[in-house]
Ligand binder design. Structure first.
Ligand code: ZN
Length: 240
């Protein structure tokens, strides 16, 4: 299920945390909450290698995935991973999430009740989105200037590059705006078929840290710290 083991990637450092502050999912992180993180180095990581290319269609109900919260799965090697649904209300398209991650790293809230035992630096945070796979991928892709982020697919094939084809512009021609900046979309040919979208795994990133957000008075929620401490990755405390 996972594409890349952290040990194969020299750019990922255990203990590295993501950036705090405003994201598409809110103005700041919630005091007393736990966030699972993949911190990216400031020199920049080629994020493309963490994309499922092409995305892997999935039925959320089969995974027991709700629109909020996370599910822990175990792979055939006994490694546990966190599966998390990225809500389309905050991130309308997977490309919004990916472009934000490129700038800020990945930081996702985990309920305090989640059993984090068995989550280690070998674990991945696997991300699902309701618009991550194109049912009519061949037709949509053929009518686009799609560029495969991994240089494996051509227009006409299903590919992670379609995330930037199906997203709608909202910041002038061919651009989308996020709280953290704007990014460029890939042009669709005039008369291109309307994309039909479905749930899919679109990205899996190594888990480099757990962060507990301190309370406003500077204290740290004990239950949150205890729960985060059950994971076998570094735990840090942040103030936003
Ligand atoms: Zn591709």
């Amino acid at each position: 299920m996972t594409q890349l083991h952290p040990s194969e990637n020299p750019f990922v450092h255990v203990g590295l945390t993501a950036k705090g502050g405003a994201r598409e999912c809110g103005a700041g992180r919630t005091a007393g909450s736990i966030y699972v993180e993949c911190g990216l180095s400031l020199t920049g990581v080629p994020l493309e290698q963490y994309l499922h290319d092409p995305p892997i269609p999935v039925e959320p109900a089969q995974l027991g995935l709700s629109s909020q919260g996370v599910t822990i799965i175990e792979d055939d090697k006994g490694v546990r991973h966190i599966v998390d649904m990225v809500g389309a209300s905050h991130y309308p398209y997977p490309s919004d999430f990916i472009e934000e991650a490129r700038l800020m790293g990945v930081s996702r809230k985990v309920p305090k009740t989640t059993d984090l035992r068995g989550i280690t630096s070998a674990s991945m945070l696997i991300l699902v989105h309701a618009r991550a796979s194109v049912v009519n991928a061949a037709a949509v892709s053929a009518a686009s200037d799609m560029i495969c982020p991994n240089a494996r697919h051509k227009p006409g094939e299903d590919c992670a590059g379609l995330h930037w084809v199906v997203a709608e512009e909202n910041d002038g021609p061919g651009r989308r705006r996020l709280n953290c900046g704007t990014y460029e979309l890939t042009p669709r040919a005039p008369g291109a078929p309307t994309p039909v979208l479905q749930h899919a795994f679109f990205m899996a990133v190594p888990i480099t840290a757990m962060t507990v957000i301190a309370n406003h008075d500077g204290s740290v929620d004990e239950a949150a710290q205890k729960s985060a401490g059950r994971a076998g990755v570094p735990v840090s405390v942040a103030h936003n």
